[in-house]
Design a protein around this ligand. Structure first.
Ligand code: AMP
Length: 274
């Protein structure tokens, strides 16, 4: 592993390589990130891992400020990997002075849930991912299903802009009690961490209920249940048939349940196939 803050140095090193994989991250690395990196290493000769907390995708400045950052620790975690180049840019390496995020108008699927609650978030994500893809021109780029709408956004972006890269979705990695791994989990107190277990419980309950109940009944039962949990604030709970939404993505012929909630002040999201 070697770290670079200039993309030009990395480009020189991967210029003659057969296949390059890209794993964009915001750091504070955990096993979820590492699973993407391992998959990328199995499928590519060299892998570029970017670590950059992208200000353009935050819809509120206090969230950006408190987002966990630990570059020293991140580099330590990546130390033992060979064949990876870590890209650690500053804002000036990514954006010009006073540059604004690009406005995309791609997929209806990015207007609901996260798109509705966090205005401008997906434009911010797409802006930085488009830059990274054009910068490094990878054969494959890896994104987690944990951020499922983001994965669909990137697949749409690549299709619409006709970029030559395969977007690979990767399974959600979970803690032993089922909580989806997330950099934000580090911000939870011990009490909140216990409350956060309810997220996967609610998703699994919805999966059970949906077998014998209507969508409306299932959602209403989940909202009722969530209301009883102290310090857990449900922002949305949705069950969506993805074949209705992303008709060009054959692999998304599935029904998924999506949840977003605040545990204390920490916002967490998750989803499962049901
Ligand atoms: P982030 O650093 O949170 O922006 O995440 C970087 C990438 O890792 C994104 O593609 C995420 O979807 C993915 N990711 C985050 N958490 C997990 C997880 N628990 N399992 C699998 N992928 C994840």
């Amino acid at each position: 592993m070697r770290a670079y803050s200039s993309h030009k140095d990395i480009i020189k090193l991967v210029n003659k390589v057969d296949s390059v994989g890209l794993v964009p991250t915001m750091g504070s690395l955990h096993e979820g990130h590492l699973s993407l990196i391992r998959k990328a290493l199995m499928e590519n000769e060299k892998v570029i891992v970017s670590i950059y907390v992208n200000p353009m995708q935050f819809d509120n400045s206090s969230d950006l400020k408190k987002y966990p950052r630990n570059i020293k620790n991140d580099l330590q975690k990546l130390e033992s990997f060979s064949d990876i180049f870590v890209y650690t840019p500053n804002d000036n390496d990514i954006y010009k002075k006073k540059e604004k995020k690009k406005k995309y108008n791609f997929s209806q699927f990015t207007k609901i849930m996260e798109g509705a609650i966090r205005p401008g978030h997906f434009d911010g994500v797409a802006t930085v991912v488009e830059k990274l893809l054009r910068m490094f021109n990878p054969c494959n780029a890896y994104f987690g299903e944990k951020d499922f709408q983001q994965l669909i956004l990137i697949k749409t972006l690549v299709k619409e802009l006709k970029l030559k890269v395969n977007i690979i979705g990767c399974k959600t990695i979970r803690e032993d009690d089922g909580l989806a791994m997330s950099s934000r989990n580090k911000l939870l107190s011990i009490k909140e961490r216990k409350i956060a277990r309810n997220i996967i419980r609610l998703l699994k309950k919805a999966k059970q209920l949906y077998k014998n109940s209507t969508l409306k009944e299932t959602k209403s039962e989940i909202f009722k249940d969530a209301k009883l949990i102290k310090n857990l604030n449900l922002e949305y709970f949705e069950i969506l048939d993805l074949s209705m939404i992303s008709d060009f993505l054959e692999e998304e012929e599935e029904i998924r349940a999506f949840i977003a909630c605040k545990v204390g002040k920490i916002r967490l999201i998750d989803n499962i196939i049901i």
